[in-house]
Structures are given as C-alpha cells and as structure tokens.
Write a protein that binds this ligand. Structure first.
Ligand SMILES: [Zn+2]
Length: 126
C-alpha cells in the first residue's frame, strides 16, 4: 500500500479529483478533508531525511514528533500534517520492488521491513 492508493478523494468528488496531486500532497488534501482544517506548506522548509519502512504492507515514515504517514516511493517526501516540521526527504531502498516481493508471501500483519541503517530498526541485540 502506497500513499496514492490510500489517500483517495472522498466519495463526494470524482474518483480522479485528486489525480493532479503528487502522492505526498494527497495526505495533505485527505487530512484537510477529514479534519476540516487548512494546512499550509512551505516548499523552502526542509526538515531532513527519514527512512521509509514497511508496516503491515504499508510504506510509512515516522516523523520525529511521533506521527506517521503512509508514503510512496513514487514521491519520496513527506509533510507532517501533525507538526508541520517541514518537508522530509524519504530514503527508500534502491530496489523497492525487490523488498516488496520479499514480503509478498507473508500474511499482511507480518509484512514489515526496515532499512538496515534505520535507527528505529528492531534487532535481537541486547
Ligand atoms: Zn511531525
């Protein structure tokens, strides 16, 4: 699951109403619609880099504020709709399809993946 497949236009709009928005911008439209508030972004506001990971078959990224969003390798950036820290640049694996394929046979709840250098990646080390 990627942002463009999750953050869909509401039923009151045509199904293709949000096709003009890049995947990272759809979460902003989606949040504005569902929370009935406006979100302003600033193209010059850069927050830094975050690793994308897979959680239950969804590509997600975790903001430093504790919020998370469904993201997309087709548009590797994220504006946190909770804290507005700025545009995060997302680090995806070089071969997204290979990572997705490595999880495809697992039940959805077990389709989890972290990049090796991701500091939140769980390990068995103590
Ligand atoms: Zn945030």
């Amino acid at each position: 699951m990627r942002a463009e497949g999750f953050y869909l236009a509401p039923p009151i709009l045509a199904p293709d109403a949000w096709d003009e928005y890049a995947p990272a911008e759809r979460v902003i439209r989606w949040t504005e619609h569902h929370q009935q508030r406006r979100i302003t972004t600033d193209p010059a506001s850069q927050a830094g880099n975050l690793y994308a990971r897979i959680n239950h078959s969804r590509w997600v990224a975790d903001c430093t504020c504790g919020s998370a969003q469904i993201v997309s390798p087709a548009d590797p950036r994220m504006w946190c709709v909770v804290c507005g820290a700025g545009w995060w640049q997302l680090v995806f694996p070089a071969d997204v399809a290979a990572v997705e394929e490595s999880l495809a046979a697992l039940p959805i709840i077990e389709r989890n993946w972290w990049a090796e250098p991701d500091p939140v990646r769980p390990t068995l080390e103590v």
